[in-house]
Ligand binder design. Structure first.
Ligand code: SAM
Length: 281
């Protein structure tokens, strides 16, 4: 494949008469540098990698150079013959015409990679960013690194520290399962066609075990969700609105784990959420 640039993407589109579908999040990456950064961040080390939404195969190409095997899932059947052509030089790439949200990823990894740990890399279709990331994090899957292009705002939330304005339930979810890192910020002009928003690549490196020990994960995430349910309210009032205990009881529980009643949810560390959720159960 050629060194990728906007003109190369436009040439491929025109060669195959391909019309971009906005509804499928089809903004194709046209920066060779960013493609390489994503592939390097995935730390494939000649192992397996899954790509979500290969498009014309520009990222697949970079992954295939570094992987034992690339499995790419593409929902748009119009792209399958194009990918056969653009990725024809590789015998370590398998493209399947499938919707990631309807895929049993655990079974796929078992079948295609013998259950070995794999990385996931993608320039995500933004309309389904959250369900894709949530599904991969919560799926108890043998994953190594998840390296994804997302909207810049989403990247800011995924990597946000407690006490900052971007810190929310998605920060806690991602940081519970992975170590998050902002890899690079990518302007809209690095895509064909350009999206309306800026983008960023984030890396999520799966932890061997979650960041904090919790007895009941459901309760932990219920507490987190409750804490962020109404940003303007104090944590105490958010909890009162979401749990059956009285205000006085919840205030006492908070005090018992050393969390001041006047604090807001967005100031709590993962460790404090863990202690609080245990005390609430
Ligand atoms: N990887 C290519 C690139 O970087 O240029 C294309 C990225 S584009 C942002 C998103 C891709 O995801 C498109 O090819 C789109 O057709 C595909 N896609 C959209 N929804 C999907 C889904 N539910 N399952 C699998 N692929 C999907």
């Amino acid at each position: 494949m050629d060194f990728i640039s906007p003109s190369v993407i436009k040439r491929i589109a025109s060669k195959y008469g391909f019309v971009f579908k906005k509804g499928l999040g089809q903004n194709f990456l046209s920066s060779q540098d960013v493609l390489e950064e994503i592939a390097i961040a995935a730390e494939i080390d000649d192992g397996g990698v899954i790509e979500i939404g290969p498009g014309f195969g520009v990222l697949t190409n970079e992954l295939a150079k570094r992987a034992k095997k690339v499995l790419a899932l593409e929902i748009d059947e119009r792209l399958i013959p194009i990918l056969e052509d653009t990725l024809g030089e590789y015998d370590n790439v398998r493209v399947i015409n499938q919707d990631i949200l309807k895929t049993d990823v655990k079974k796929l990894i078992d079948d295609e990679f013998d259950g070995e740990k794999v990385s996931v890399a993608a320039n995500l279709p933004y309309y389904i960013t959250t369900p894709i990331i949530t599904g991969l994090l919560e799926g108890n899957l043998p994953l190594k690194n998840l390296v994804v292009m997302v909207q810049k705002e989403v990247a800011d939330r995924i990597t946000a520290e407690p006490g900052t304005k971007n810190y929310g339930a998605i920060s806690v979810l991602c940081q519970y399962y992975t170590e998050t890192e902002l890899v690079t910020i990518v302007g809209a002009n690095e895509f064909v066609p350009p999206p309306k928003v800026d983008s960023a690549v984030v890396k999520m490196a799966f932890r061997d075990k979650p960041a904090v020990e919790v007895k009941d994960e459901k309760m932990f995430f219920r507490t987190v969700k409750a804490a962020f349910s109404q940003r303007r309210k104090t944590l105490l009032n958010c909890l009162v609105a979401n749990f059956s205990q009285s205000k006085a009881e919840i205030a006492e529980i908070m005090e018992s784990v050393g969390i001041d009643a006047t604090r807001r949810g967005e100031t709590l560390s993962l460790d404090e959420f863990a202690k609080l959720s245990e005390a609430l159960s």
